[in-house]
Structure formats: C-alpha cells, structure tokens
Design a protein around this ligand. Structure first.
Ligand SMILES: Cc1cc2nc3c(=O)[nH]c(=O)nc-3n(C[C@H](O)[C@H](O)[C@H](O)COP(=O)(O)OP(=O)(O)OC[C@H]3O[C@@H](n4cnc5c(N)ncnc54)[C@H](O)[C@@H]3O)c2cc1C
Length: 400
C-alpha cells in the first residue's frame, strides 16, 4: 500500500525508478500505474495533502459523450476503470461514490435535432452505442424540469460524477509508491543521457524517468527543463447551493448553447457557467480567488433551460451558497498532452487536460506509463505533443 507522509530528511531516497511530480488525481493515477508496472515509484507533492489544488475544485463529472473519436476512446477506458475501481486498485469494497445518473446535453436551437442526431450517429460508430438521442418532447417527458424551448437532447446513463478525493486517495493507497508531502520539485538534473534526477526542497532524487503531473504548474516545470509547451491557464469557478428544490435523481445537465451546467449534490446542487465571466489567461496560482456574484450568474445560466433554478433565485440566502475556483490548463485543441518531452530523454508530460482531467486521468495516466515501458509508440498516441506541429488544430468546445 502507498505510504503517504511528510518526510524526515532520512526518508528521501537517493534514487528511484521513476519520480512523479504532483499529488492531484493525475499524479496519483500515474504513480499507481507506475507501481503496477513494477517501478520503484516516488511521488512528490509540495503541499500538505493530496487532492488539494485543481482536483477538488472540479465539478467531479465524468462522461464518454465527446465529438471526437480519440476523446470517446480515452474517456470510455477511464469510465471502465471507475466502474471497477476497487478491483483495479486491489482494495475490495473501496467506494468512490460513483453516481451514474447520466449526462444530459440540451439545446434550444432550431437546428439542435439535426446536429445532435448526427453527433449520436457518430458516437454509435465509435463503439458508444448507449448514447440516446431525445427530441424536445421526449426529453421533457423524461426530465420534467426542462423548459418548453428545449428542442433536442442527448443522454447517456452510465456517465455521471464521483468523489475526486476518494479516487485520488484510492490510487495513492492502491499503489506501492512512496508519497512525500510538503516536498517540492524545484529543478531537474540533466546529463548527456537525458533526465538523471529531480531537485527537491529536501535534496536530490536520482532517476531516469520523471513525469510532470503538476496541474496548472506543469508548464512552468517543463520550462525548468528547457521545454516550452503551448499551455494557457484560466480560472474556472463553481458554486454549491443548498436547496430542497434541486431534483436529487437528475443527471448532470448541460446547456449546450451556453455551457451552463448543474448536477445534484446531497441537500442541493453544484453548478457553473464559465461563459458568464470573461477570464483572461493568468499565471498558475496556489489559491484561486472567487467572485461574490458568481453563484447568482451561474443560477441565471442554468435557469434558462432547467426552470426550477428560477425559484431558487427567488429564495436562496447567502449562507446557502459556497463558491470555489481552480484553473484549467488548456492546450490549443483542448485535448491533453500525454507525451515524452523529446528534448530531455526520460522526461514525460501528463497534463493540459483542458477541463477534463478527472475523466481523463485514469486512462491518460495508464498510457503515460505504457509509453515509459515502451509499450505505446508515438504513432499510436493521438495525444502526443508533436501533433501541434504535424496536425492542424481542431478544438472541441470547452465544456465540462
Ligand atoms: C471549476 C472546475 C470544474 C472542473 N470540472 C471538471 C469536471 O467536472 N470533470 C473533469 O474531468 N475535469 C474537471 N475540471 C478539470 C480538472 O479539475 C483538472 O483537469 C484536474 O483536476 C487536473 O488534475 P491534476 O492532478 O493535473 O492537477 P491538480 O489537482 O492541480 O494537482 C497538481 C498538484 O501538483 C502539485 N504541485 C505543483 N507544483 C509542484 C511541484 N513543483 N512539486 C510538487 N508538487 C507540485 C500541486 O500542489 C497540486 O497538488 C474542472 C476544473 C475546474 C477548475
């Protein structure tokens, strides 16, 4: 079982097979797969706990419904891991609170029926047969809170949301990695063969493999190794609202026309509306501020097509609301970079999930370890970093 501790100086090993930097969901998933592959694994987290930065700030939602084959394939594999999580991490009965209440995309556009029928047809050809197309009437019948202007929807029952805390700690506990808290990677040691170690605030660790999985700080770390990546950091907020009016059996519901989304949480719901606030690219932050007015804006966004939110607007009190924020790490095509950084042999990058790092982490991290083990080649990796040179950039809309 992974040992998680704030180390004494003597605990820091002189060497490891692999060092993973970052103790969010991505770093812990990477450490899990690396130790499964038989590598003596060390994970470094600069703060006092795992799952403390972007991961817990998320809406914790996971889905397979994407409009590009490579995204569908990766998320399908990730959801499979979530569905069998306790068996995979080897802790029978370990519960990640996976609510498979579905993901419902809705639109009020006149061309919605055509667009969504086409999308569902494509998803069926990508081995995702259980996405349903619903016309407006059928959608309202199944989900009575929907507004009369909804023209079309898509639904997949097995999508949903889960506890990111439990997943992150589950990967950590199911691994044999040594996990060091309050231990910051401060630089890299590079020799003529490539990476030869990581500098930390507690001393160097020698290794021939390093995975950068430091969320919004990942780009800065790559720069320390002399590699510049096309990443943009932007704040995203979410609101949690206590209210008995939120239907607890509802799916994750997303307004495709605006990006506003919500899903139930015990005693209320979680909601967000990124497009309500104009966010400028920023530096990575350890503490991300929130706007006082964000919950009201998010409720307004959700009430357009999910009408009960209008009633909540009229009744909610300040003490019923909590807002939190984190940062997206965004690539030019809104897909992650899962790749060796070829300028420095042995250095790998697992980040840039562009708002999909909870759903992408299990399979994305498995693939990184497959690359390290020489079992996944560049030509079979749609998320290689070189795609920004050898492909045009096509971007799926950023949406949770
Ligand atoms: C509001 C919001 C809603 C979101 N909703 C969803 C969603 O519903 N579904 C989804 O899939 N995704 C969602 N996301 C995106 C998702 O949260 C991220 O993609 C994911 O959490 C990234 O995980 P991570 O482990 O890479 O990063 P983090 O959780 O940020 O972890 C990185 C860790 O690295 C540590 N670190 C940084 N630098 C160093 C260093 N030098 N040395 C050691 N440690 C270091 C940090 O302290 C941190 O703990 C959302 C994001 C936001 C902000």
């Amino acid at each position: 079982m992974g040992k998680i501790k704030i180390p004494e100086p003597a605990d820091i090993p002189a060497a490891a097979d692999i060092v993973v930097i970052g103790g969010g969901i991505v770093g812990c998933a990477t450490a899990f797969w690396a130790s499964q592959a038989g590598l003596a694994t060390v994970l470094l987290e600069k703060r006092e706990a795992l799952c403390i930065l972007t991961t817990p700030a998320s809406a914790e939602a996971v889905r397979c419904q994407f409009d590009e084959r490579e995204n569908v394939e990766m998320m399908k594999a990730s959801l499979d891991i979530f569905e069998h999580f306790d068996e995979i991490i080897g802790i029978p009965g370990y519960n990640i609170d996976f609510h498979q209440q579905g993901y419902l995309f809705i639109t009020s556009n006149d061309n919605g029926p055509q667009t969504l029928q086409d999308r569902v047809r494509r998803q069926h050809t990508w081995s995702l047969p259980d996405v349903e197309y619903l016309d407006g009437e059928e959608a309202r019948h199944r989900f009575p809170y929907l507004a009369p202007i909804v023209t079309a929807a898509t639904f997949r029952q097995r999508d949903g949301w889960l506890s990111t805390q439990k997943v992150t700690y589950g990967f950590a506990k199911g691994s044999t990695a040594r996990i060091f808290l309050k231990t910051e990677a401060t630089g890299f040691i590079i020799d003529k063969l490539g990476i030869s170690g990581v500098q930390t605030n507690r001393g160097p660790i020698h290794t021939r493999f390093v995975v950068i999985a430091a969320g919004p700080f990942s780009g800065k770390l790559a720069e320390l190794a002399g590699v510049k990546l096309p990443l943009t950091i932007e704040r995203r907020q979410k609101a949690i609202i206590r209210s008995p009016l939120v239907p607890q059996n509802a799916p994750m519901t997303i307004d495709l026309d605006t990006g506003a989304y919500w899903h139930p949480e015990p005693g209320g719901g979680i909601l967000g509306w990124a497009e309500a606030v104009e966010e400028k690219p920023s530096e990575p932050l350890d503490f991300v501020p929130t706007d006082m007015e964000y919950p009201t804006l998010a409720i307004k966004g959700c009430s357009r097509l999910s009408q009960f939110w209008k009633k909540i607007t009229e009744t909610f009190k300040r003490e019923d609301v909590v807002a939190s924020a984190g940062q997206y790490t965004i690539t030019p095509d809104a897909k992650p970079i899962l790749s060796p950084l070829i300028e420095v042999p042995g250095l790998f990058f697992n980040g840039g999930y562009s708002g999909h790092g909870i759903m992408g982490a299990p399979e994305g991290s498995r693939r990184i370890v497959e690359m390290i083990m020489g079992r996944l080649q560049a030509e079979d990796n749609p998320f290689r970093r070189e795609r920004f040179v050898d492909m045009g950039v096509k971007k799926e809309r950023l949406m949770i």
